[in-house]
Design a protein around this ligand. Structure first.
Ligand SMILES: NC(=O)c1ccc[n+]([C@@H]2O[C@H](COP(=O)([O-])OP(=O)(O)OC[C@H]3O[C@@H](n4cnc5c(N)ncnc54)[C@H](OP(=O)(O)O)[C@@H]3O)[C@@H](O)[C@H]2O)c1
Length: 349
């Protein structure tokens, strides 16, 4: 089988590095070009030393990109919308990892992010979570991958919304994030003496991913929904843990809820339901997911009330971005959806 040619814009970043790592081990892919402004002409291993010995690829400049079969874009939010019409001339298929094309409604986008430079393209992109949009992703040329925190929250809550089990205004998401979620560009808040050891509440309200979580979950609700997100930066490089609290409409047992989760996700290769009664890891744990494309989900119903707590975990750089993107690419090219995404993680780590 002829391999597809893939190029990556923004390949020196954390998401780009994970794309390189996964795609170098993908049997149907040849990486054509990978861009970086600051490392142009240097080996990609300068930015991603974990890839030493696996590739001789050197970084290119964006302006030197040649035509390819699919283009991944790992640019900071707000950049891809300035040039998307040009990128569309380079490749017939595009997967954007940033936030620019995730929201399909302009007013909603502008409320959360400000002005959009190519609003006419918002409707062209399909939101990248395969578990919700598999058929649409198979049949599109343009995918906007979900935000990492949004991916974890949506997958954790989806069965509750799909089956109309909860009050859709009373959903509280406590998200704990590792430092790599902020990307590779240093800032004062990511500087080691400031970041190390923190339990920093940095977005108690108005986290921008709220917009995409509501966009995706409201499809299953006949009333308005309101998702309340609070985000905390914790001592971790990779990983997200969301603890979602909500209230059940009916007095369902924990077993009933497990059955609904099992039914919803029974054919999903990357969703694992964690219901262990013994051992240390009885609930999802991001540490165990480092480098994997899994989303682990666990739950417990409060015996004293109708409160339900559902916990989800992912690696923000894999299921939360690069792995999700490769999963979408596999669907867009008719490959086995799991190709290149089989890494099972490490224990102990
Ligand atoms: N980090 C995560 O966990 C995560 C999760 C989900 C989604 N995402 C999304 O993925 C995208 C990339 O995130 P990241 O964490 O990889 O960020 P990052 O580490 O800061 O990387 C950004 C990349 O873009 C390049 N770049 C920056 N400004 C540019 C410009 N004006 N023109 C051309 N290239 C430019 C940078 O390289 P040079 O400066 O060398 O050109 C670098 O390769 C973001 O949109 C982010 O929202 C990230």
């Amino acid at each position: 089988m002829k391999k597809i040619s893939v190029s990556i814009i923004g390949a020196s970043g954390y998401a780009g590095g994970e794309l390189l790592r996964i795609l170098l081990n993908h049997p149907n892919v040849e990486i054509a070009q990978a861009t970086s402004r600051k490392f142009a002409k240097f080996p990609v291993t300068v930015a991603h030393p974990n890839l030493r010995g696996l590739t001789n690829l050197k970084f290119s400049k964006v302006e030197d990109l040649k035509k390819c079969d699919i283009l991944f874009i790992g640019l900071p939010n707000g950049v891809s919308q300035k040039n998307m019409d040009g990128y569309m001339k380079i490749a017939p298929k595009i997967i954007d990892l940033g936030a620019d094309f995730r929201l399909n409604n302009l007013e909603n986008y502008e409320n959360w992010y400000g002005k959009h430079e190519m609003p006419e393209l918002l409707q062209k992109f399909i939101y990248g979570i395969a578990e919700l949009h598999r058929e649409k992703i198979r049949n599109t040329n343009y995918v906007a991958c979900a935000g990492c925190e949004a991916t974890c929250s949506i997958l954790t809550l989806y069965p509750l919304f799909k089956n109309n089990l909860i009050y859709p205004q009373n959903v509280f998401i406590d998200a704990k994030l590792g430092s790599s979620a902020a990307g590779g560009k240093p800032s004062l808040s990511t500087h080691h003496p400031e970041r190390s050891g923190v339990v920093r509440s940095y977005m108690p309200t108005m986290h921008r991913h709220t917009a995409e979580i509501e966009q995706e979950l409201k499809t299953f609700s006949d009333t308005n929904i309101q998702v309340n997100v609070s985000a905390t930066a914790i001592e971790m490089v990779r990983g997200i843990l969301v603890t979602c609290q909500t209230f059940l409409k009916e007095d369902l047992s924990e077993l009933d809820i497990w059955q609904i989760y099992r039914r919803t996700y029974e054919n999903e290769p990357f969703i694992r339901l964690i219901n262990d009664k013994v051992g240390v890891y009885r609930f999802p744990e991001p540490k165990l997911l480092s480098g994997t494309n899994f989303c682990d989900i666990g739950l417990q119903k409060d015996k004293r009330s109708n409160r339900l707590v559902v916990v989800g975990a992912i690696d923000n750089l894999v299921k939360g971005t690069a792995g999700q993107a490769v999963q979408a690419m596999n669907l867009m090219f008719g490959f086995d959806e799991e190709l290149g995404l089989g890494f099972p993680g490490l224990h102990p780590i």
